[in-house]
Design a protein around this ligand. Structure first.
Ligand code: CMC
Length: 432
């Protein structure tokens, strides 16, 4: 047998046969493993990987993460530089188009997004139909899915100009839908977009405007919210992006695919963690209660929410930036009293063998909830903020997917563990 240099030689001890499996980009193709068989009429060898711990599902040029070093880059640009010097809409352009905009491109992009912020009045009526206590993530998921019925042409995913307009619409309308869900819970009238305001300022206006002619948010809060959106804008193949890609791989319209992503983000192990962190901090309540709480975590009673990450085995770079943004927000709003609990919790956990051994560090959700609370958002609204930030990332990933010739409908294998070939007895005989 002649060996390829970058390859894996596999010897199947069932047959004694050797296989040369090429290695490309540090991966082997599961399809190559599938050629390893005991007999021609037997299924090939498969890979079992619940939760995709070690399986690449795509090739992507959007976001790079080095979890050991705590590095995050969008299209090659470090998150720290983007958070410091860019705007959310510029970052959205970068993610969607692959490179930074020229001045004309940027102005056109901002104009397009600003002028698509309104939703059809029937979308508003649809949202008004929810129960008074509906969770805003359920309302967001349903209303984004509903947009597919307002834009039926979005099903034509093979036309580039059609894809482009849906991307603009979704980035533009997400804050409007999010704000409507917020006002709904408060029994307040929905506020229409104000096209004279920036993306984040308009969002704050739709959330908090009452009878004043014009809502004028504090610029420091606008900046903090814009930064939070940047930090959440993409995170490569996380659970919700994987949901967008899996659903998008059926060639459905992008509203349906993103709606699936919002569902995945809702879960407490993913975007819902920011809500869970705040509830946890409130429950702990006081620094003196932390040791007992940590003991409970170590005994497996519960998790320390906002800690740990599938990819980061180091401090999440977004958590570091958020910690700083929190100080800027607290300058305006006053310090959130739960900050002291969070800081002490972090200190104790980072020095505790349980967390050190498992390489558990604060993630993006550990401090974001404290800022959101200081901005007067109720915990159930936190994940909506995450979803608005993540929308350009989901769409960039969806665009990449639909143009990737290698992609196929997402359809994993299973290891079947149930019964076989049972004989069915009709109910009247079984129950006689
Ligand atoms: N508190 C206590 N123990 C933990 C935690 C935690 N937050 N996270 C992981 N562990 C333990 C876990 O029990 C396991 O221990 P053992 O080896 O003894 O069984 C070990 O650490 C490895 O954890 P894992 O669950 O196998 O890791 P995973 O990669 O499957 O899960 C995670 C990653 C983020 C779901 C998990 O760390 C977690 O549940 N964290 C809390 C929820 C959270 O903060 N999620 C937000 C993630 S970042 C933003 C986002 O993605 O939306």
């Amino acid at each position: 047998m002649t060996y390829v240099t970058d390859s894996l030689t596999v010897r199947d001890n069932r047959t004694g046969q050797e296989y040369d499996v090429p290695i490309t980009d540090g991966t082997i193709r599961a399809g190559d493993i599938g050629q390893i068989k005991v007999a021609d009429d037997e299924p090939g060898l498969a890979v079992y990987d619940p939760g995709f711990l070690n399986t690449a599902s795509c090739r992507s040029a959007i976001t790079f993460i080095d979890g050991d070093k705590g590095i995050l880059e969008y299209r090659g640009y470090p998150i720290e530089q983007l958070a410091e010097n860019s705007t959310f809409l510029e970052v959205a352009y970068l993610l969607v188009h692959g490179s930074l905009p020229t001045k004309d491109e940027y102005d056109q992009w901002v104009h397009n997004i600003t002028y698509h912020t309104f939703v059809h009045e029937n979308v508003k009526s649809f949202m008004e139909g929810f129960r008074y206590d509906a969770h805003p993530m359920g309302m967001l998921m349903a209303s984004v899915g509903a947009l597919s019925t307002f834009y039926p042409e979005s099903r034509n995913i093979s036309a580039a100009d059609n894809r482009a307009i849906q991307v603009i619409r979704m980035i533009a309308k997400m804050p409007t839908l999010g704000a409507f869900s917020f006002r709904h819970a408060q029994g307040k009238p929905y506020v229409y977009p104000d096209n004279e305001l920036s993306y984040a300022a308009n969002f704050l206006s739709m959330l908090f405007k009452m009878s004043e002619m014009k809502y004028e948010p504090d610029e420091r809060l606008v900046k903090a919210l814009d930064t939070l959106f940047i930090l959440h804008a993409d995170h490569e193949q996380n659970a919700s992006t994987n949901a967008v890609r899996a659903v998008g791989s059926t060639q459905v319209d992008p509203y349906s695919a993103v709606s699936a992503g919002i569902g995945a983000l809702f879960g407490p192990l993913h975007g819902g963690a920011n809500e869970a962190v705040l509830r946890m901090l409130r429950r702990i309540g006081n620094v003196s209660e932390i040791p007992a709480f940590i003991e409970g975590v170590k005994n497996g009673n519960e998790k320390l929410m906002g800690f740990g990450h599938r990819v980061y085995k180091n401090y999440d770079p977004r958590a570091r930036i958020i910690k700083k943004a929190a100080d800027d927000v607290f300058d305006v709003t006053g310090v959130n009293p739960l900050l002291a609990v969070a800081l002490e919790l972090e200190k104790i956990a980072l020095n505790d063998e349980y967390f050190v051994k498992r390489r558990l560090y604060p993630n993006v959700d550990f401090y974001s909830g404290l800022i959101y609370e200081a901005l007067q958002f109720p915990p159930e609204f936190f994940t909506v903020l995450f979803a608005i930030g993540r929308t350009p990332g989901w769409l960039a990933q969806w665009l990449e997917l639909v143009q990737d010739k290698e992609q196929k409908i997402a359809r994993p294998k299973q290891i079947y563990t149930g019964d076989r070939t049972l004989d069915f007895t009709p109910a009247e005989e079984r129950w006689a």
